[in-house]
Design a protein around this ligand. Structure first.
Ligand code: GLU
Length: 302
């Protein structure tokens, strides 16, 4: 069905920030790392703007991403793909999955889901490293009720029926350059949302479609998205998309051991620029950090 890229000669990498805040050092390292990997194989580095979240995105943050990357000395493809321009591609994928009868509308609010999880002691509903598993409230709604809710205009998301998906895809694996071969943990995922109530896509769907559309051969990103890759691998199998390799790198932490995050006002690249620090100095720090990760023999030398 799908092919796993092996021994890729030309590596196509990407950096896919969301313009929902200023970039910090963690982003700089991720971008530099992906860029360098592409350069080493005479490949390509792709920048993609993941601006699906209407509430949090801003033009100012997007502009700042370009300025930060330029300051780091990184160059990228133009025009840049922006997820807000990609609704047709996401719709096509949603239609294919609907035709396969793999999606169902979910009317639940976050509160409904948490309440159901709290009253239910069934192990499958509990948290695991993937987060809370959707307890299936809307999966088995009677048709009449479902149609009435749709007819009433109540907003709904579209969820993937993971049990049905499992019958189609069977056992899957994916390859992480740091942690090695991974077996898709389909039983730990639950029915993920593929189209949100407010937009006809979700992070999982958009990122999978776009990585395939851009021919990415190596997805380099932080460890916080490791679990998401199981979902992406399932979507690739369902939609018959190429399967790249992944590299999930440890997240940078501050001196108190707390991971850098946009919302916590971690030191931004913008503020470093304003202080007159040179982008090349960030390079030196990046090299030191990359060299100190558990496994630095990941095919790249600075
Ligand atoms: N847009 C995501 C972020 O800024 C990254 C997604 C990815 O690398 O897959 O956190």
């Amino acid at each position: 069905m799908t092919n796993i890229h092996k021994n890729i000669s030309r590596t196509v990498t990407r950096f896919a920030p969301s313009p929902s805040g200023y970039l910090h050092l963690g982003h700089a390292y991720a971008a530099l790392f992906a860029w360098r990997l592409a350069q080493h194989s005479n490949g390509q580095f792709i920048l993609r703007i993941e601006d699906l979240d209407k509430e949090r995105r801003s033009k100012e943050f997007e502009e700042c991403i370009y300025e930060d990357l330029e300051w780091l000395g990184i160059s990228w493809n133009k025009p840049v793909m922006r997820q807000s321009d990609r609704s047709e591609a996401y719709k096509r994928a949603i239609n294919s999955l609907s035709e396969m009868k793999l999606l169902y509308p979910c009317f639940c609010t976050r509160k409904d889901i948490l309440e159901e999880i709290n009253v239910s002691n069934n192990a499958p509903h509990k948290n695991n490293s993937f987060g809370p598993i959707y307890p299936g409230i809307c999966r088995n709604l009677e048709n009449e009720k479902r149609n009435a809710l749709i007819g009433s205009g109540k907003p709904y998301a579209l969820r993937l029926d993971i049990t049905k998906a499992k019958h189609i895809v069977g056992n899957l694996t994916w390859y992480d350059r740091i942690r090695g071969k991974q077996i898709v943990q389909i039983n730990n995922i639950g029915d993920v949302v593929l189209a949100r109530k407010d937009i006809a896509s979700s992070y999982h769907l958009a990122v999978t479609i776009d990585d395939a559309a851009q021919g990415i051969t190596l997805i380099n990103r932080g460890n916080d998205l490791f679990e998401s890759t199981h979902v992406h691998r399932i979507l690739q199998a369902l939609l018959d998309l190429e399967t790249p390799e992944w590299q999930h790198t440890p997240l940078l932490t501050d001196t108190n051991g707390k991971r850098l995050a946009k919302r916590e006002n971690s030191l931004t690249l913008r503020s470093l620029r304003a202080r007159g620090i040179k982008g090349t100095d960030i390079w030196l720090e990046a090299i030191k950090n990359i060299a100190s990760t558990e496994k630095s023999d990941i095919g790249i030398k600075f």
